[in-house]
Design a protein around this ligand. Structure first.
Ligand SMILES: [Mg+2]
Length: 349
């Protein structure tokens, strides 16, 4: 049953695209036509079906700093905006990635409420399923949300999930562990080890500063072997960091022009003579301009291996996840995230 070429309801006639549409014009069945008319009226592709109601897997980490705040206004905004929320939480011994894998056929996107650690726990599931990610920044620092230009207010971030398109975002990987922001060995890994969940919740960003100051006073340099782009360098360092995005550690910056979609890892190593030199470097570390200093080694790469004489812990966005020797690599465009179109990229030009 085909439509007639003079059918006033035909989308090809309605949009004046008869020539281009000629091949399929007469093949459009009456059942499909009304649907195509709606599509054409919205000025989208003629062959793109209307968006079905989207089902969002909704996972909020109750242990995130703001995870226990009332979530109802956010839920309501998302549902009013056309999403059907599918609530899920990890069963015993399940990770957030396991939940995403288990629920992959029951949803069209995944919304995660939590901080950077929560996002890292979801990374493998997102990569495997290809489901786009919406972020509700409910953590202590929310560095990844800042990197991709999300509003810091969770309700605003929810509205952005409704109004934006998902865009490709890189992830970092170290020894098979995915991370959104930064992985470090040395000082900040020790910092993560000392900063308990309880302290994070109680003190927030201040917690980092208090514990950092205590640790600084007893930190020492260590030897590391850095292999990248065909060279091996032996360095004495207080900390090496490998960043995927721009922000980390609640107000620190990997590199001022780094983005989470530039296909690059940003490496830096703090090779300072005395710990108090870090105090001088601190303003630059916050701005991401420390690569200009003589006692900071910095470069961009797509993969790097770091070896140490004794195994050292690797901190990925606040959690200790692996040990040296550590092989880092970029996972370019590994996931898609609802985010403003180009804030990160524009800033890097
Ligand atoms: Mg990058």
């Amino acid at each position: 049953m085909h439509c007639r070429k003079d059918d006033p309801n035909c989308v090809a006639l309605a949009t004046g695209k008869i020539h281009r549409a000629a091949a399929w014009h007469c093949l459009v069945s009456p059942q499909i036509k009304p649907h195509l008319r709606r599509t054409a009226n919205r000025s989208t592709s003629l062959l793109t079906p209307a968006k079905p109601p989207r089902r969002a897997l909704f996972i909020v980490n109750p242990n995130a700093r703001s995870g226990r705040k009332p979530i109802d206004p956010i839920r309501k905004a998302l549902e009013t905006g056309g999403l059907t929320l599918v609530d899920a939480a990890p069963d015993k011994d399940e990770s957030i990635s396991d939940v995403i894998r288990r629920m992959r056929d029951a949803c069209d996107l995944v919304i995660i409420g939590g901080g950077d650690g929560t996002l890292n726990a979801a990374a493998a599931g997102l990569v495997e399923t290809g489901l786009p990610l919406g972020v509700l920044p409910l953590g202590t620092a929310n560095d990844f949300a800042r990197t991709i230009g999300l509003p810091p207010v969770p309700l605003k971030a929810a509205e952005l999930i409704l109004s934006s398109e998902p865009r490709p975002i890189d992830l970092g990987e170290v020894n098979g562990n995915l991370f959104f922001n930064v992985a470090s060995i040395g000082f900040s890994a020790e910092l993560a080890a000392e900063l308990t969940e309880k302290a994070k919740k109680r003190w927030g960003k201040l917690g980092y500063a208090i514990v950092a100051a205590r640790l600084l006073a007893r930190s020492r340099l260590f030897t590391a072997y850095v292999e990248h782009d065909g060279s091996v360098e032996t360095i004495r360092t207080m900390q090496v960091s490998v960043g995927n995005g721009r922000h980390y550690g609640g107000g620190m910056t990997v590199e001022e022009t780094a983005t989470a979609d530039d296909g690059r890892l940003d490496f830096y190593s703090l090779e300072v003579d005395h710990w108090w030199r870090l105090l001088g470097l601190l303003p630059s570390l916050r701005k991401g301009t420390h690569g200009r200093w003589n006692d900071v080694r910095a470069f961009q790469t797509t993969q790097v291996t770091i070896k140490t004489s004794k195994p050292r812990a690797v901190n990925t966005d606040g959690d200790l996840t692996t040990w040296t020797p550590a092989h880092f690599r970029i996972r370019e465009k590994a996931i898609r995230v609802f985010a403003p179109a180009t804030p990160a990229r524009a800033a890097s030009v």
